[in-house]
Write a protein that binds this ligand. Structure first.
Ligand SMILES: [Zn+2]
Length: 184
């Protein structure tokens, strides 16, 4: 894939965040992964795609149901789905007992509801083993939290932003993370 300065994703002042996702097939999802091997993409456990609330998603994110530390995220940018293999920090152990904010949707969770989630970078940086991380909702349901369609266990601070602005903020924050992954 291309990731040079001519790539539209990196163009300063590009009018809006094109991050979103439309209904994808299993084959499209498997073909979309940019930061793992073809074997890992093929072996990924996909969610039940018929049960996915596509219309409410800025990105599709899910946790490997087998209980591994793997999680996955697919966002559509410039008409192309971009999938990431992620590694989640295990729950519990040594984490402070206080609420934490997701860096994408800014939802507050109990200490296990947000976790450090790491992605291998693409390109030359990825070949060197570079990774980048973000604290994000463990269930990767940021799109639903931003729309008020899902609630965390932590009482919400009064949020004065309209839903559209919260959605835009979620997209913008995830876009920053994708940029870091793809900057290699
Ligand atoms: Zn979130």
């Amino acid at each position: 894939m291309t990731s040079g300065p001519d790539n539209a994703w990196h163009r300063p002042g590009a009018n809006t965040y094109r991050l979103r996702v439309e209904t994808l097939t299993a084959a499209q999802i498997r073909a979309s992964f940019v930061n793992c091997s073809k074997g890992e993409a093929k072996r990924a456990n996909l969610p039940d795609l018929d049960a996915v609330p596509w219309a409410d998603l800025d990105f599709l994110g899910w946790v490997d149901p087998s209980g591994s530390s793997r999680a996955y995220l697919v966002a559509e940018r410039d008409g192309e789905p971009v999938g990431l293999l992620l590694r989640q920090n295990p729950a519990g152990k040594g984490q402070a007992r206080r609420s934490k904010l997701c860096e994408v949707c800014l939802t507050a969770h109990t200490d296990t509801g947000v976790c450090l989630t790491v992605a291998a970078k693409t390109g030359a940086a990825g070949k060197r083993g570079d990774t980048t991380g973000i604290y994000i909702c463990r269930d990767l349901s940021c799109s639903l939290y931003a729309r008020g369609k899902k609630a965390s266990g932590v009482p919400k601070l009064r949020e004065t932003l309209p839903v559209e602005a919260m959605v835009e903020r979620t997209r913008s924050n995830l876009d920053d993370f994708l940029r870091r992954v793809l900057a290699g």
